[in-house]
Design a protein around this ligand. Structure first.
Ligand SMILES: [Zn+2]
Length: 113
């Protein structure tokens, strides 16, 4: 399960950040997950809730954002945003799109008590 290793990674980052800032409890987290990352937000939330038990993030509320995929059209040059890889250019309907990212996971915000 991919989500488990992502959570391990995330908890490692949180632990490190918390130590650096002298934080003992994390109350809220905001993550961004690219739509092309193959991560399921529900599965990630589930894994996080289970794995955060006993850690500083135990009581953290996890908020997950899935921003649209950004792409540039090779036909008309327009910058467009897609909900899935199967969509076409919003300006000309072209299918030759340069996908710019969309497969990353980022920690956007962390709130501590
Ligand atoms: Zn286009």
């Amino acid at each position: 399960m991919h989500e488990v290793s992502i959570c391990e990674h995330l908890l490692g980052i949180l632990d490190h950040e918390a130590r650096q800032h002298g934080v003992t409890r994390i109350t809220r987290l905001k993550l961004e997950i690219g739509r092309l990352s193959c991560l399921d937000p529900d599965a990630l939330r589930f894994a996080f809730d289970a794995m955060a038990l006993g850690t500083i993030a135990e009581a953290a509320k996890l908020q997950i954002d899935q921003p649209p995929i950004r792409a540039t059209c090779k036909d008309c040059g327009a910058a467009t945003e897609l909900d899935s890889r199967l969509e076409t250019c919003g300006s000309c309907g072209g299918t030759r799109l340069d996908i710019l990212g969309g497969d990353e996971m980022r920690l956007l915000e962390m709130e501590a008590a």
